[in-house]
Design a protein around this ligand. Structure first.
Ligand SMILES: [Zn+2]
Length: 77
């Protein structure tokens, strides 16, 4: 599939999720559901990591532990 051949590398996609650049990745995402889904996954991972960091900062009580475990289970579905 020709669309696949011009997909940005995963590194480029990560860069885009982090910084919103380069612009041509944004253009590509408009046309490519595969890369859009990949970016969406990365955003979810980032959200998960920041929740995990917040929980660690707050000290891991039982409730936080349960929450993290639930998040991890949801991710592996
Ligand atoms: Zn693509």
């Amino acid at each position: 599939m020709s669309l696949f051949r011009c997909c940005p590398s995963e590194r480029k996609l990560t860069e885009f999720v982090e910084s919103g650049a380069p612009r041509r990745v944004a253009k590509h995402l408009e046309k490519c559901p595969t890369c859009r889904a990949a970016c969406e996954r990365m955003r979810n991972d980032k959200r998960l990591l920041s929740e995990l960091r917040a929980a660690l900062d707050a000290g891991l009580d039982h409730a936080a532990r349960e929450k993290i475990l639930r998040l991890c289970e949801r991710r592996s579905e």
